[in-house]
Design a protein around this ligand. Structure first.
Ligand SMILES: *[C@@H]1O[C@H](CO)[C@@H](O)[C@H](O)[C@H]1NC(C)=O
Length: 441
């Protein structure tokens, strides 16, 4: 009797526990799918019933942020979200048999996952974060999510820097499976993905997402591996560079142009020009930090800087030449003045040498000052003195003109150079404007 009671009790427990398992938890479903423990076969086998059927992996990539563009190493760092969807033909159920359960999450490691990777990826693997679970739908669709801080290589074209826009490709492909095994496709269209990316993007830095374009290569025979390529077009926001770089350079050029009106005499002009040149070379140093030296063709901004530097350098040289000529002029002036003095001294000496003869006569004249025959003699003497005075004055005139010659040359050089310089600056600025604006559009 006791044994019978125990048996009944056990039967009751069995009934209760069986009724517990048939309530609406996931366990029945997991039992049905044989997923109570990790099933090795499901993890290694591509989930198709006929091996000739390729697995279609549909994917989406959304750009969460553009973290930076490194012009020197030609890489773009971005934050992306990747969603992949494919069908597991073995894991299907009828949701009405299991209390309407239609989505199940199971550990990622229990299932076969397509080995889709990014070709341009140059980041360390630690930056990939994959969800430990994948979700499984009643029709066998597996959904896997991952996010990644992606550093991708990208051929940057810096010719128009800082008005440039870059096309960077992000190519997804299976590392080991050919196009007959895994076919990659897309879930949503590129316009929708661009809109989503623009909506959710938080960090953009100095970049603006223009558009994302998707190209798929998945025809057998056309390629060995199936590929999905996202062409991401981003454009730089140039305002900071314009304010910080292009406008100051232009301003320095204008300052240098204006410095032609500074008075030459005090030597301030030269030192001002050298200061302008130094300021430009500081900006050149900053430019060197921004742009890679690997460019075959010089970016236009480098040409812009180099030409401005050369123009200002040339004008410093010219200012040196002019100041040298003025100094030379002053030196010659002093020398010729000295020679004039010497001439005057000699004349005076000659006068005093000739004087004694006259002096012998003059006492007699002085004695008889109103003698008529002495009249022409006196006139002669006055004439000679006037002549001497005139000669002296003419000599001084000549000597004055002689030192002025260098000054005149300096002035001519200065005005010719200024004209040339002004024309060069106007032509250069117009040319840069036209070319830059034409290329941007
Ligand atoms: C597998 O698929 C191939 C091609 O679709 C077909 O020819 C073959 O009959 C299939 N095999 C089975 C067992 O269904």
């Amino acid at each position: 009797m006791a044994a019978l009671r125990t048996l009944a009790f056990l039967a009751l427990i069995a009934f209760v526990s069986s009724s517990e398992t048939s309530d609406c938890s996931y366990s029945d479903l997991l039992n049905h799918l044989d997923l109570t423990t990790s099933n090795n076969l499901l993890a290694v086998m591509r989930p198709v019933k006929n091996w000739t059927t390729p697995t279609l992996v549909k994917m989406d990539m959304v750009l969460y942020g553009i973290l930076g563009v490194d012009e020197k190493s030609q890489t773009v760092t971005s934050h992306i979200w990747i969603q992949m969807r494919w069908t597991n033909e073995f894991l299907t159920w009828n949701s009405s048999d299991f209390c309407g359960i239609n989505v199940l999450t199971i550990p990622r490691s229990w299932l076969w996952i397509p080995d889709v990777d990014i070709q341009e990826d140059a980041s360390d693997t630690g930056s990939i974060v994959k969800s430990p679970f994948v979700s499984l739908s009643a029709d066998g669709t597996v959904l896997s999510n991952a996010r990644q801080r992606l550093t991708s290589t990208c051929q940057l074209n810096l010719n128009l820097f800082p008005f440039d826009s870059q096309n960077c490709t992000i190519t997804f492909t299976s590392m080991n499976s050919d196009v007959a095994t895994i076919v990659l496709g897309t879930l949503r269209s590129d316009t929708i993905l661009t809109e989503i990316s623009e909506l959710i993007m938080v960090t953009k830095g100095e970049w603006q997402l223009e558009q994302m374009e998707i190209i798929t290569f998945s025809l057998p025979g056309e390629t060995w591996q199936s590929k999905v390529t996202y062409i991401v077009t981003i454009s730089r926001k140039p305002l900071l560079y314009v304010i910080n770089f292009i406008v100051p350079l232009l301003y320095f050029l204008v300052l240098d142009l204006a410095s032609f009106f500074i008075n030459e005499a005090r030597g301030e002009k030269l030192s001002f020009k050298v200061t302008v040149l130094l300021s430009i070379s500081v900006l050149l140093l900053i430019l060197k930090d921004m742009l890679p030296s690997t460019e075959d063709k010089l970016p236009m901004i480098a040409t812009y800087c180099a030409v401005i530097f050369a123009l200002v350098g040339l004008s410093v040289l010219e200012a040196m030449l002019v100041s040298f000529l003025i100094d030379l002029d002053g030196y010659c002036g002093m020398k010729s003045q000295r020679s004039v003095k010497a001439q005057v001294d000699i004349q005076l000496q000659v006068d005093s040498h000739t004087d004694p003869a006259g002096a012998e006569e003059t006492p007699e004249k002085n004695n008889i000052p109103l003698d008529l025959p002495k009249g022409p003699n006196l006139l002669k003497q006055i004439l000679e003195e006037v002549k001497a005075a005139r000669q002296e004055a003419e000599g001084q005139d000549k000597d004055k003109r002689k030192p002025g010659r260098y000054l005149r040359v300096a002035k001519i050089i200065d005005s010719v150079f200024f004209t040339f310089y002004f024309v060069a600056v106007v032509v250069f600025v117009t040319y840069m404007n036209v070319v830059w604006i034409l290329q941007i559009e």
